[in-house]
Design a protein around this ligand. Structure first.
Ligand code: ATP
Ligand code: MG
Length: 232
């Protein structure tokens, strides 16, 4: 479904991604792990065309999107949930969701605001609250909801658990589990390696702009070498 073939990405002269190859198959949940500053966010930005790769190829459903414009990549069915507080604070939860609604492509039954609320009743309870008043965990849930109503086929999630209390991380894990059961494909970058490896099918571990290890999540979780490398 998504395929990165030896991509090289730069910020100015800084050579950040140095031949990154990875793959997400349909219905798969894949995690990209690694310490601070290794290039995880840059990988997602390269996929979305925000910092396009200078060399190598990014393909989505067989189509070359390496140098496509971000809005076209989004329209092709990719949704990027960046880290940090990217919501409209002065608008309500519902208004934030409505801004992102886009019809489903193909024969998929569309995710509407009401469908998101049915699946995630906690968000429904916040319907008319100003987004700026939400807790950190509630904001993450809103960001996920906004990605859903855009009806993507692949979700790119950056540090969803950042700064959240353990109970909230548990809620997010439940949410992602539900989405996976719905057949969503996902690529998620995480500092919280154990959280990610519990949920994911497969994982990649980056170091200095390159993939160092990859494998089934269970295998990575079970490896003493990997656990030591990730510091978990
Ligand atoms: N806009 C930018 N201009 C120049 N360098 C940048 C820019 N954004 C990131 N970098 C550098 O690129 C490298 C990779 O950053 P990136 O954000 O991809 O790392 P990351 O793996 O997502 O880290 P973290 O876990 O802290 O989010 C870092 O050395 C960072 O300092
Ligand atoms: Mg990052």
């Amino acid at each position: 479904m998504l395929e990165l073939d030896a991509i090289h990405t730069f910020y100015g002269r800084s050579h950040i991604l140095q031949g990154v190859s990875l793959e997400v198959r349909r219905g798969e949940m894949v995690t990209l792990l690694g310490r601070n500053g290794v290039g995880k966010t840059t990988t997602l930005r390269s996929i979305m065309g925000l910092t396009p790769a200078r060399e190598g190829r990014v393909r989505f459903d067989g189509r070359d999107i390496t140098r496509a414009k971000t809005h076209r990549i989004a329209r092709a069915g990719l949704a990027y949930v960046p880290s940090g507080r990217r919501i409209f604070s002065a608008l309500t939860v519902r208004q934030n969701l409505l801004l992102c609604v886009r019809g489903a492509v193909g024969g998929n039954s569309a995710w509407t605001v009401e469908r998101v609320y049915r699946m995630f009743p906690k968000l429904a309870e916040l319907d008319s609250r100003k987004a700026g008043l939400l807790s950190g965990g509630e904001q993450q849930m809103l960001k996920l909801g906004r990605a859903l109503v855009a009806n993507p086929r692949l979700l790119l999630l950056d540090e969803l658990t950042e700064g959240l209390a353990p109970t909230i991380v548990g809620d997010l894990a439940d949410w992602l589990g539900l989405l996976k059961a719905e057949g969503f494909s996902m690529l998620m970058c995480e500092q919280n390696a154990l959280f990610a490896l519990e949920l994911a099918d497969r994982g990649y571990i980056m170091e200095k702009g390159q993939i160092r290890f990859s494998g089934a999540a269970a295998e990575l979780r079970g490896s003493a070498q990997i656990r030591q490398y990730l510091g978990v």
